[in-house]
Design a protein around this ligand. Structure first.
Ligand code: TEU
Ligand code: CA
Length: 530
């Protein structure tokens, strides 16, 4: 546990607890289920597990609306179960990361119930209350991400409260010192239990404009995008004062040894990197989501890597994400045939990779019938097209009933292909995407230059993205064919005597190259000198 750099060298894996493994037959995943599946995670070869929220919650936003920061929701188990999970994870050599949701609470949190009770309640100022505008309407034009105004009127006290998400998720007032200290104590509570760090939900939202100015219209708004995107979030997010808050959070994590602070931030790369903080005193891993929204081509991805590498402050450690519980599954975004190329990219770029559960078995976005939609975002804004349920479907463990996820009907439907697409059958299939992930992760462990080597771009050739990773242990070359056609390159990058260390199809290991590399459609390879 004494390794200060574990989060730089390690691979993170996000578990969406509702959908990982049910053990008590209620159709919802739980903590005991995660304990049962730890051996799977060590077999896969990841180093840290991040859990989406497991705290008491009315579940209006499936746990991102917390009513008790230091408890465990009975749906997921007990505090004893949690303590056992921490011990079992550490025993297995895995770190455990929790989701911290400090921007807002549930409207059922005792803090909000008190704040709402009267204008002069001592907790009133823990939330964001404003008088109505002159016409009685909301105080400004800020929009909720989940539809409608971001302000809800409280009849009893005659004021509006602010919520960047659902009305059941009132925003805390982070300009209030008492709020900060209360959340820092929550952090200490979990860190004291041995938790290895936090992924901080919407960290870039914590501070809002002191004057609550109207947000300007979005000149790039496109038809068909969610309505809240018609205006920018210039005054409601990413305020300069947020960085002082984040460095305070960082300091709290440093009251304990070797912990990590991860920030969830959706911003362009040049703004994102500010979240490393002055002198790198901010988040160690401001999540880099650039691959979630890029066009899937060698040239676009090459440009993103270059932008990011250029924007990173000196000494800042990069990170990359391919999927999460809010965005369409990677196998659907890039197409199932490209899933191996995407995985090879994620696991060979410079920086810490975060995997999303199920991506390693090629899970696709599932289309959910309208009457089965559970996601409040999609319910409120039905026209957004792709909702979030489709990337949160149960993990597919086996061909058994309900894919081995549960003895009961799962809370979200399973994909019909689970009979063949499941952990048990993919583990038995030598060339499966799952075994490719394992081989790739094992190779990453064997070759330190894949973890800590420099990144050296080689100009992309057509559909082939090429780069080198160079360390004191030598050089490797990565070549990824983003196209559905075979492609070849004679780039000087592969001019030396090299052999294939791994192909996404896992059938060319040891093949020697003579200055020319031919790739099949949708193939990626890692090359090393021989
Ligand atoms: O998501 C923040 C975020 O930016 C989302 O609004 C995202 O844009 C949206 O889900 C559409 O894809 C975090 C959590 O990851 C998300 O699950 C929560 O619903 C949200 O915060 C509120 O806590
Ligand atoms: Ca359960």
């Amino acid at each position: 546990q004494g390794d200060r750099d574990w989060w730089r060298h390690g691979i993170f894996y996000q578990v969406y607890p509702r959908s990982f493994q049910d053990t008590n037959g209620d159709g919802v995943g739980d903590i005991r289920g995660i304990i049962e599946r730890l051996p799977y995670l060590t077999r896969l070869g990841v180093d840290a597990v991040w859990l989406s929220p497991i705290f008491p919650s009315p579940m209006a936003d499936f746990g991102y609306d917390i009513s008790d920061y230091t408890g465990i929701d009975p749906l997921f188990g007990t505090m004893e179960d949690f303590d056992e999970l921490v011990a079992a994870a550490h025993e297995a050599g895995l770190r455990l990361i929790l989701d911290l949701v400090p921007n807002h609470t549930s409207d059922q949190h005792p803090w909000f119930i008190e704040a709402k009770s009267s204008r002069d309640n001592p907790r009133r100022n823990w939330y964001i209350w404003r008088d109505p505008a002159a016409d009685g309407g909301p105080p400004n034009n800020w929009r909720s991400e989940f539809g409608g105004s971001a302000w809800t009127f409280d009849e009893a006290s005659g004021q509006y409260y602010y919520h960047a998400f659902l009305a059941q998720q009132p925003d805390l007032n982070w300009r209030n010192r008492e709020v900060r200290e209360a959340i820092y104590d929550v952090m200490r509570f979990w860190l004291g239990k041995g938790v290895d760090g936090f992924r901080v939900d919407v960290i870039w939202h914590l501070i809002k404009d002191a004057e609550f100015r109207d947000n300007p219209p979005n000149p790039h708004y496109r038809e068909g995008r969610p309505p809240h995107e018609t205006i920018l979030t210039q005054y409601s997010t990413d305020q300069p004062e947020v960085h002082a808050v984040i460095s305070e959070m960082r300091r709290v994590t440093e009251e304990f040894d070797n912990r990590v602070l991860i920030g969830e931030i959706y911003l362009p790369l040049n703004r994102l990197v500010a979240y490393y903080g002055n002198d790198l005193r901010g988040a160690q891993m401001p999540f880099n989501f650039a691959l979630l929204s890029t066009l899937w081509s060698a040239h676009s991805v090459e440009a993103i890597i270059a932008d990011y590498e250029r924007a990173l402050p000196p000494g800042a450690w990069p990170n990359w994400v391919l999927g999460n519980h809010d965005r369409p599954r990677v196998a659907s975004r890039v197409g199932p045939a490209q899933a191996g190329v995407a995985a090879m990219l994620l696991l060979t770029l410079r920086g810490t990779p975060t995997l999303y559960y199920g991506d390693e078995i090629g899970l696709r976005q599932l289309t959910i019938a309208p009457d089965q939609v559970r996601d409040p975002f999609e319910k409120n804004v039905p026209d957004i097209g792709v909702g979030r349920d489709g990337c949160r479907t149960p993990m597919q463990w086996s061909a058994d009933r309900n894919a081995g996820f549960s003895t009961a009907t799962p809370w979200l439907p399973l994909a019909h292909d689970f009979v063949s697409e499941n952990v048990a059958s993919l583990e038995a299939d030598q060339a499966s995407i799952l075994n490719f992930y394992k081989a790739m992760i094992a190779l990453r462990r064997k070759l330190p230059q894949l973890v800590s080597g420099s990144y050296e771009p080689v100009a992309a050739q057509g559909d082939i993205l090429l780069y080198r990773r160079r360390g004191t242990d030598g050089l490797v070359v990565i070549a990824l064919n983003f196209g559905a056609e075979p492609a070849a390159t004679t780039s000087s990058a592969i001019g030396f005597n090299c052999e294939i260390l791994l192909s996404t199809f896992m059938d060319r290991q040891g093949e020697k190259l003579e200055g020319m590399l031919e790739l099949r459609s949708n193939e990626g390879v890692i090359l090393g000198p021989y």
